[in-house]
Design a protein around this ligand. Structure first.
Ligand SMILES: Nc1nc2c(ncn2[C@@H]2O[C@H](COP(=O)(O)OP(=O)(O)O)[C@@H](O)[C@H]2O)c(=O)[nH]1
Ligand SMILES: [Mg+2]
Length: 419
């Protein structure tokens, strides 16, 4: 994968325009590409006074890029800009490889991360809305090909059919979304049946969420992953100092230059955060933009209904501060509970786990008796996983288990409790 960005050089008389931060944006694109599972083989940054209409880049740069693509055997080129349909096609032809733009990459990440029904629908809606005008572009090219013979060649008919199908799908999704929203309360209650408290990592892309996710769950990954075989790789269990087990979920990151067309899809994808018992708001404390990022993330969390969820501010990358983090913590945290860590070096990780323990709602353990009819081995297994089994007896009516179990587990297995 090769990444390309164009930096617009300032023209005379425009010296007050904010500098376009193409370099930083390209760095963010690299993190996004990696989180989508791509390997970044190279980056290209070109300065130009304006975008080229046909290919975004100048023709010399396109040729250079073609050679680079061939030499690195790159499977695709991602542009850090929104490409028009014609630009994308021109570039694919010129480079002889797949071309994506920033919006497509982000949509791809959202699609792989959307867990709630609403999130999935919003992402599909955004994908279709992205596609629709690009089909039109292809149609224009085709009718030009057709010349005076008539504008409705076979390609055009197909295009009309495609367009109609997409519009119908958009309409259907919009209807479904209304329905999903009205039944959201029901879904939430169902999801609360998950036997463990969930912590959600939230924050900007590049803040270090995934690094922290790996750091914290390293010790928590058990050989017996059967319970979580169905969960995606962005959810793992974590053992806290109190020996409580919780689930840690790595959510989709905030993006600095989120195309406005994707805002709704992003918020819907983030919706799972509202289900969390605790939000770990991760910030790159070494970034100059940290205060803005903190405020923005807090604002969005409140807007999606997670404002009331307990939050812990995690000031990450303190290894880059070059001094004791106390002053930065004071400056960035304000009234909030905050913990300074370095996900990279592990500094502060123990303190973070303790802070999580303190911030989480209590899930007290008490002794209880359960009776499982035959055929409920899964539930018995659940108890072995999440409770301390004190005694287990078998008879023709099934399995009788006495266990010290957290309240959340008892709630989950309420149907089997013996009173
Ligand atoms: N110096 C330093 N770099 C870090 C730290 N945590 C993460 N990083 C780096 O920051 C980049 C983004 O990290 P990642 O975990 O992918 O961020 P995410 O987008 O929030 O998931 C990677 O290059 C990490 O190696 C840290 O504590 N210190
Ligand atoms: Mg990540």
């Amino acid at each position: 994968m090769i990444l390309v960005a164009v930096e617009l050089t300032r023209r005379r008389g425009e010296s007050h325009a904010p500098p376009t931060d193409a370099g930083e944006s390209l760095e963010e694109l690299a993190v996004l590409a990696e989180s989508a599972g791509a390997e970044v083989a190279g980056k290209v940054l070109q300065s130009r006074p304006a975008f080229d209409q046909a290919t975004l880049l100048g023709s010399g740069k396109v040729q250079e890029l073609k050679e680079m693509t061939a030499a690195l055997e790159a499977s695709a080129v991602i542009f850090d800009h929104e490409l028009a349909g014609t630009q994308q096609r021109n570039l694919e032809k010129a480079l002889d490889c797949k071309v994506l733009d920033r919006t497509q990459l982000i949509l791809d990440i959202f699609a792989s991360r959307a867990r709630t029904r609403e999130g999935q629908l919003q992402v599909e809606l955004a994908q279709l809305n992205y596609l629709l005008p690009r089909l039109t572009g292809r149609g224009a090219a085709m009718s030009r090909l057709g010349g005076g013979i008539g504008t409705r060649g076979p390609g055009e008919t197909q295009l009309e059919t495609d367009r109609r199908r997409i519009r119908a799908r958009i309409k259907k999704i919009s209807g479904d979304l209304d329905h999903v929203r009205s039944s959201r309360g029901v879904q939430r209650r169902q999801r609360q049946a998950v036997p463990l408290l969930t912590l959600a990592l939230a924050g900007y892309t590049n803040a270090g969420k995934s690094t922290l996710f790996n750091r914290l769950t390293q010790a928590g990954v058990t050989a017996d992953a059967r319970m979580f075989a169905t969960l995606d790789p962005t959810v793992r269990q974590l053992v806290l100092p109190s020996r409580r087990r919780v689930l840690l979920s790595d959510t989709v990151g905030f993006i600095r230059q989120l195309p406005t067309t994707l805002v709704k899809a992003f918020r819907a994808t983030l919706e799972e955060v509202t289900e969390a018992a605790l939000v770990l708001h991760v910030v790159d404390a070494s970034s100059e933009l940290a205060p803005e990022h903190i405020a923005h993330v807090a604002g969005v969390l409140a807007e999606i209904g997670a404002g009331g969820t307990p939050q812990l501010l995690v000031l990450n990358k303190v290894d880059r501060l070059g001094g004791p983090p106390a002053a930065v913590v004071r400056r960035l945290a304000g009234e909030q509970t905050a913990v300074a860590v370095s996900a990279l070096t592990g500094e502060g990780a123990g303190g973070l786990l303790e802070a999580i323990d303190r911030a989480l709602p209590a899930d007290p353990v008490s002794e209880a008796l359960f009776r499982f009819p035959p055929g409920e081995a899964r539930q018995v297994h659940l108890l072995h996983e999440f409770a301390k089994v004190l005694d287990e007896q078998y008879d023709e009516q099934g399995t009788l288990v006495r266990a010290a179990a957290p309240e959340s587990v008892q709630r989950r297995l309420a149907a089997f409790l013996v009173h």
